[in-house]
Design a protein around this ligand. Structure first.
Ligand code: AMP
Length: 392
């Protein structure tokens, strides 16, 4: 069965329940980045403009760990949506209390936002009873929460069993899947990937998968040190756990390992707050830590990536939150923006680097889901998307 998207749904007179990813950053009672809500607006507007009698929205915010916690309330999201849609948005007290049905059935209420689904432990447990209650609110189900679709959570996964022929993907999901398929299904070659950040263990499967498909794989950030160490280079006091070193050794033993390109110099310091200096060459002196790729590495990456026709980037090239160690990451963002290629950036840090360097409009696709995009590349699928296609 093919995945059906919202533009194929009959919405007239229907109650629609839709899962979005409104997990936005909040500081001092203000949403500091509305991108995730803004990306959901085309689907929301389509549902409202095509005759749905009710729109019931679901989302999580933060990690309330199954407890009701006002800190993670969706109230600011409800106000922002009301402002954008120029219509009332009613926020329920919880997603499943006894008043919800009454609110939905009141004729004056058209747009309802259920309070944070993660206020209930049942959300992350993919609980059947919780799924049944949520499903009882509507006739049609829509998933537009790409960033959460790698999780088998009730509101993206279990709920679909109650909408066997009435489950649809939203426009954001459609866009994300189309972009990621340009990477997973016969990418235009040369296809190259850049992977950085600190957590090798989280990205190991994606690295292995990428290594089979890519023509070149650049590794930067803290992730590079286990690989350099495994090649016999000195890495000083740079981040490198024993298990990451073992994983790196395993990857370097694979036949496709020659496709890996590692940094050839570094920006080093005694600690994150100590003065930074350039370390020419591979070897980092004892007691010093590598915090960014160096100028020769940036040149090397720029030159080697130039012929690429498809590029995937996830993870910063250094500890870019500190301006002494930000140059590698920002340079990579700019290098990608200059390429004549399909470029896809995923992962909070790399996306933020692209935005901060002002080149976002020159990147072909910026994914709203870091973990979800990695898992899609690794598996070629996500549980929440499979559930839309086949049910569970
Ligand atoms: P990840 O979540 O795996 O993408 O890792 C992102 C984090 O890795 C960011 O907070 C960076 O500051 C950190 N990071 C990247 N490179 C380094 C490095 N060389 N040393 C320490 N932290 C790093």
């Amino acid at each position: 069965m093919a995945l059906k998207y919202i533009d194929e749904a009959k919405l007239n007179g229907q109650k629609v329940i839709a899962r979005f990813d409104f997990n936005v950053p909040i500081k001092n009672e203000k949403i500091t980045d509305t991108t995730r809500i803004d990306s959901a607006l085309p689907t929301i507007k389509y549902i409202l403009d095509n005759g749905a009698s009710k729109l019931i929205m679901m989302s999580h915010l933060g990690r309330p760990d199954g407890q009701i916690n006002p800190k993670y309330s969706l109230k600011l999201v409800a106000s922002y949506l009301a402002e954008k849609l120029k219509q009332d948005v009613v926020l329920t007290e919880t997603a499943i209390d006894s008043s919800v049905k009454g609110i939905i059935n009141l004729p004056k209420h058209k747009i309802i936002l259920l309070e944070n689904v993660r206020f209930h432990a049942e959300e992350e447990e993919n609980d059947a009873e919780f799924a049944k209650i949520l499903a009882s609110y509507a006739d049609v189900y829509v998933n537009d929460a790409f960033g959460t679709s790698h999780r088998k959570h009730t509101s993206v996964y279990g709920i679909t069993q109650y909408f066997k022929n009435n489950s649809y993907g939203g426009f954001l999901l459609k866009q994300e899947v189309a972009a990621l398929m340009k990477i997973t299904d016969n990418p235009t070659r040369p296809f190259m990937a850049l992977v950085g950040g600190a957590k090798i263990a989280d990205k190991i499967k994606t690295l292995e998968r990428l290594l089979v498909n890519v023509d070149a794989l650049f590794i930067g950030g803290a992730m590079a040190y286990p690989f350099l160490k495994a090649q016999g280079k000195k890495i000083g006091a740079s981040l490198c756990s024993e298990s990451d070193y073992e994983l790196a050794k395993k990857i370097l033993n694979q036949s496709s390992a020659p496709k890996i390109i590692l940094p050839v110099d570094h920006i080093i310091a005694k600690g994150a707050d100590a003065p930074a200096e350039i370390c020419k060459g591979f070897d980092i002196p004892d007691g010093m830590m590598g915090f960014d790729i160096g100028p020769e590495s940036i040149k090397l990456f720029e030159q080697k990536i130039a012929p690429a026709k498809t590029v995937f980037w996830n993870g910063p090239m250094g500890m870019f939150e500190n301006e002494n160690f930000a140059k590698g990451t920002f340079s990579v963002a700019k290098i990608l923006a200059e390429l004549n290629a399909f470029t896809l950036v995923g992962g909070g840090d790399s996306v933020s680097a692209v935005n901060k360097s002002g080149v976002a409009s020159r990147i072909s696709h910026i994914s709203t889901g870091g973990g979800a995009s990695l898992e899609f590349i690794e598996q070629g699928q996500l549980p929440g998307i499979q559930a839309l296609k086949f049910g569970i």
